[in-house]
Write a protein that binds this ligand. Structure first.
Ligand SMILES: Cc1cc2nc3c(=O)[nH]c(=O)nc-3n(C[C@H](O)[C@H](O)[C@H](O)COP(=O)(O)O)c2cc1C
Length: 370
């Protein structure tokens, strides 16, 4: 499955050329015929990076491409309510790709056509999800285990639509079967327009460090298409470091964007030679209000319960006193939300917190049981 050492050397040369040319390139990037305005993307975090969050974070500036949570291909074609909520978007939520998962041509091709027919501009195929319910059906990271099947699948999806099709994958199933360089090369030949690579194996789940060399090997394996590096990017230096070390054309941030929604703006400031701006206290509370307000546009009163998931995160992020965080977890009406925000504005920063990535829950225990 692995490419040969001689192939690797050839690709190493092309990576050096790429890395240096990136520094002189503009901040926009082409994915097939789409031009994305920034090289810093929002990685999908199922349950978090929904329409309201995407719109709120886009308004802060600097974000390139965002991708929806993974959507079950068959349920998408059946227009199941949950899938429709996941693919909900609007003109302020662009550029956007929709991520689909499935294990067969019969599932993925109709879903790709459905997306094209409904006006979406980009399709991403999930080959990284480590969860048993996805892998058990042959989807997500399980696709990394059978290269021929994965290639047939992407070929057929690419042939079925005129939209750019991309893949998000991991380095391989486990350390003993690192397949991303080989697959990336074949996917490019099959017409895939960009690949996001999370620098861990499926076996690692979210443990251990991201393997930048593994991402670099994937960059080296392709001829032209952009490789988007992903994993553990929390700060501006992490993002710039990932591009420098791996030669990747763009970086996707998941948990780092939750940790600091202003990171895209900071990266944009940096790329223009400006001092990256930190958000003021008011801006931070305004973000919370905007996120909730946008959520109500999609979900109405149900937003009061949906927003609870974010209470601990905002509590820590904004230094909201514990009693107010508790109220944010329990509120049931818009009026109550307004009264909580009023108090947050007055008492914001009372609690000094150092936000941990752990606030975005990842599954734990042996990966086989996820
Ligand atoms: C809660 C959670 C949900 C995720 N959902 C998705 C998903 O729907 N599709 C996907 O491709 N990756 C998903 N991922 C993986 C992330 O996109 C990303 O690859 C991973 O978290 C590493 O990047 P990060 O350190 O920037 O978060 C998820 C990760 C987490 C923690």
């Amino acid at each position: 499955m692995l490419i040969s050492a001689a192939d690797c050397r050839t690709f190493m040369i092309s990576r050096e050329t790429l890395t240096s040319s990136h520094e002189t390139l503009s901040s926009s990037i082409a994915i097939g015929h789409r031009v994305v305005p920034s090289r810093y993307f929002l990685a999908p975090l199922a349950g978090y990076t929904h329409l309201a969050f995407r719109r709120a974070i886009r308004e802060l500036g600097g974000l390139g491409l965002a991708t929806t949570d993974l959507v079950h291909a068959t349920q998408l074609c059946g227009e199941h309510r949950h899938s429709m909520e996941l693919v909900a978007t609007d003109s302020a939520d662009q550029p956007l790709s929709v991520q689909i998962f499935g294990s067969s041509v019969d599932q993925l091709v109709p879903a790709a056509r459905w997306l094209q027919d409904h006006g979406y501009a980009g399709i991403d195929i999930n080959m990284g999800c480590p969860m048993a319910k996805v892998n058990g059906q042959g989807g997500g990271a399980r696709l990394l285990c059978d290269a021929d099947n994965a290639c047939r699948l992407v070929e057929q999806v690419v042939a079925a639509v005129a939209l750019p099709v991309t893949v998000k994958m991991r380095l391989g199933w486990d350390r003993e079967s690192i397949s991303s360089p080989y697959l990336a090369r074949r996917f490019e030949a099959a017409g895939i327009q960009a690949i996001t690579i999370h620098g861990r194996t499926r076996q690692q789940g979210f443990q251990g460090n991201v393997d930048l060399e593994g991402i670099a090997a994937t960059v080296d394996a392709v001829q032209q298409i952009p490789i988007i590096g992903n994993g553990d990017v929390r700060t501006l230096d992490d993002a710039l470091g990932m591009r420098k070390v791996t030669g990747c054309a763009a970086v996707a941030l998941g948990r780092g964007a939750m940790l600091d929604p202003w990171i895209f703006r900071k990266l944009s400031d940096h790329s223009q030679g400006l001092v990256p701006r930190e958000p003021t206290q008011d801006e931070q509370v305004n973000f919370l209000v905007r996120h909730f307000t946008l959520m109500t546009e999609q979900h109405g009163e149900r937003s009061c319960t949906l927003f609870r998931k974010f209470a601990a995160w905002y509590g820590a992020k904004l230094g909201i006193p514990e009693d107010l965080e508790l109220r944010l977890r329990l509120f049931t009406s818009f009026a109550e939300f307004e009264s909580i925000v009023h108090e947050i504005r007055a008492r914001h920063g009372e609690r000094r917190m150092n936000v941990a990535t752990a606030l975005i829950k990842v599954p734990n225990g042996p990966v086989e049981r996820w």
